[in-house]
Structures are given as C-alpha cells and as structure tokens.
Design a protein around this ligand. Structure first.
Ligand code: XYH
Ligand code: MG
Length: 382
C-alpha cells in the first residue's frame, strides 16, 4: 500500500461558540464557522481522516514530500521525519500539524484492517469514566458568572451522570479576572454542592505568580481537590518544582508547553508534577501520546489526557495505567454538547448514565463521516 495523495477540504458550519480575545471559547449566537477534513489517500482506495487543516504551502513543501510514496503503516518513520523537519520550520510545521497527519494515518490503518485504533494499540478497556470539564468563566446571567452558577452547573452535571468535575474559572478579558479568591469561592461552592467525595479539579488562569499558585493549592487542599493544573506559565518548570515541593495537592502537567515527550520526561525527572498530562494536540499525535503514557507508567505515575475527541479516547482505552479520566467538554449550561456536528452521524464520546464514555467499535477512529454535508458546504480544497 502506498500513500498517493493528501487533501484538505474546508467547509462551513453553524457554530454556537465564540472565541474571546485570548482564544477561550464561550457560548455565542449562531455564527458561521469553518473547519477542515484532512484526507490521506492510497493506491488501494483506502483513506484515513483527521479533522483540521494544513495550509497549502506547508502541505506541499513539508508534509507531502515525506508521505507521498510511503507505506502508510510506517507511522513511526513518518512521525520521526516530520518531527525532525520541525527544527527549522516550527512556525508552520507545528505539533498540531503532526497530530493531524498521525491521527489520519492511525485512522487509515484501522480502516485498512477493519479494527478500531484502540485494538491496534493493544486494548485495555472499552469505556472510560469522564469528568465534566467546564468552559472558562464568563459574565453571562445564568451562565458561569458566579460561584453559585458553577455550583448549580456541577449539580446538573452530576445528575447527568458525571463522576467528577473540573472548573476552568474566570480568565481575562472577563472583568475582574484573574482573581484567586474568586477562583477559590467557586471551588468551595462546587465542593459544598457535590459533597466531600466527588473528585474535583481546578484549571485556573495560566499565568498566576508562585505565591498566587501556592495560595490556590493550599486552599484546594482544605477542600479536598484531586488535582490542580496549569496555574503558572509552564515554561517555568522550576516554578512547578517549587510549587510541587510545597503542596500535598497533586499538580497535573505539563499541558501546553512545547517539547512533546521530552518536556514531560524533564518534568518527571525534576518532579515538577505529580500527574503527567498531554493530549494528541499538545504532543503531535497518537504516536507520541502513547510514548508519554508508557513513560508515565515507567515512573509509576498516572497520566491525565488533555482534551476529548476520538483520538484521545482511543489512547485512553489502550492505557494500562489506572485511574485516568476522559476530559469531556468543554461544557456550559448554554451549550448543547450531546448533539453531533452535522458532518458526523454521532458524537465521538457518547456517555452513559454512570458517566462512562464508550469508544467506537467501528474501524479506525470510528468516524461515520457525512461526506454529502461536507461537499454541500465546501468552501475550498487543496
Ligand atoms: O481554555 O484555557 C482554556 C483551557 O485551558 C483549555 O484550553 C483546555 O481545554 C484545558 O486546559 N483543558 O484542561
Ligand atoms: Mg487544562
């Protein structure tokens, strides 16, 4: 089998989410948005898919020269070649591009052999407990505009079946943010509402000072929280070493710092975090995410995968480390999370009443793609 073509189709859809000036998502009036489908085609007619786009220049000059003509089952070889090309092309060949290519190659492999990806990785389970991961706080009446609003939404999520809950609290440009005392007020309200035994986590403003992060950590210890993630700039690993040394509360990270599995090896080596973190978008695909899972396991550490979606879910179903959650979200009282996007027949992460997300048994990553919708709403292709 040989890779013969790689295409990107960009198409329109109606979104109910808007982005603030910092890029955080919030509920919004219906608005036209664009997304893309990457397709890797082969000489056998079998294709692999990933949702996202690669700019034409990057695709032509940096991606196709590595992939076209290659056996698509040589995923490790392809991933290593693309990673090496990043050194002088990081502005364009970023980890998100590597992730798209790698995910599409894993999807292709599953479709070729008629198996879901988690079984190609070495299945461990078919379902994963989820936590409700909120959108960042806002100033919308009835939204996530107060500690009481978070508490109300936490109860709603608990009644839906979620066994755990993570707050993303208020971030700039929301007025009054960032504010550690307001963050803790929201965390305390949620603990009060859900009782003492529900696993709760905080993911606050990502640029607090050491002192502010320490204050948050000590208050979360009093509230019995399960972990805190990314309270400071993750480029300062020494700040996390300092923080982790002073807290019993587990610190979960890194999430967004560059460096793939190498950065996580250094965070583990220097004890900057107690729980390892990363997702396919942060690391550059399924291939490196599995590397990090095995790295964490080798140090007796848990790993909490960043973000939802089919690719992260398939890796979670092939991880032998106990105790991971699936991050389901980002959720909000005003946002309908359960209805699939019009280009898929079902959502990636159906959750039962006990709060378990079930992985698809369809080949590849399980997407039943509605190609008619994509063609009818096509904006461009390259
Ligand atoms: O919107 O800043 C944010 C969140 O941090 C989001 O990017 C991400 O989903 C996350 O942190 N998940 O844990
Ligand atoms: Mg996070």
């Amino acid at each position: 089998m040989q890779i013969t073509e790689i295409t990107v189709r960009t198409f329109r859809y109606t979104s109910y989410v808007g982005r603030d000036s910092e890029g955080h998502g919030h509920p919004a009036a219906p608005n036209e948005a664009l997304t893309s489908l990457l397709t890797i085609g082969t000489d056998t007619g079998i294709e692999g898919y990933a949702f996202g786009g690669i700019a034409p220049g990057v695709l032509e000059t940096l991606v196709k020269p590595v992939l076209v003509g290659q056996d698509p089952f040589y995923r490790e070889w392809i991933w290593q070649r693309l990673k090496e090309r990043q050194r002088l092309n990081m502005g364009s060949l970023n980890d998100k591009v590597l992730a798209l290519v790698d995910v599409a190659l894993w999807d292709l492999a599953g479709r070729a052999v008629g198996q879901p990806v988690y079984k190609l990785l070495g299945a461990y389970r078919d379902k994963v407990p989820a936590y409700a991961s909120t959108m960042c706080g806002d100033d919308l009446e009835g939204g996530l505009d107060s500690p009481e609003a978070y508490a109300r939404f936490a109860v709603q999520c608990s009644e839906r079946g979620y066994p755990a809950f993570k707050l993303h609290t208020w971030q700039p440009p929301i007025p009054g943010a960032p504010d550690v005392k307001r963050d803790i007020a929201a965390c305390a309200a949620v603990r009060e509402a859900l009782g003492p035994d529900v696993p709760l986590m905080l993911d606050p403003y990502h640029y607090y000072s050491r002192e502010e992060a320490l204050y948050l950590g000590r208050e979360l210890e009093k509230l019995g929280y399960a972990w805190m993630e990314e309270p400071m700039d993750e480029h300062s690993m020494s700040s996390y070493v300092w923080l982790a040394q002073q807290l019993d509360l587990p610190i979960c990270g890194p999430e967004t710092v560059e460096g793939k599995m190498y950065a996580r090896a250094e965070w583990i080596r220097y004890e900057a975090a107690d729980i390892v973190r990363g997702g396919i978008g942060d690391l550059g695909g399924i291939t490196p995410l599995v590397k990090v899972a095995h790295l964490a396991e080798s140090f007796g550490m848990r790993m909490e995968v960043h973000g939802g979606g089919a690719a992260n879910l398939h890796v979670l179903c092939a991880m032998g480390i106990p105790g991971q959650f699936y991050e389901r979200g980002l959720l909000h009282p005003f946002v309908d999370y359960e209805t699939p996007q019009p280009w898929l027949s079902e959502i990636d992460d159906p959750m039962d009443d006990e709060g378990y997300v079930h992985v698809s048994q369809r080949p590849g990553l399980g997407w039943d793609i509605q190609f008619d919708y994509i063609e009818e709403n096509l904006v461009s292709s390259h």
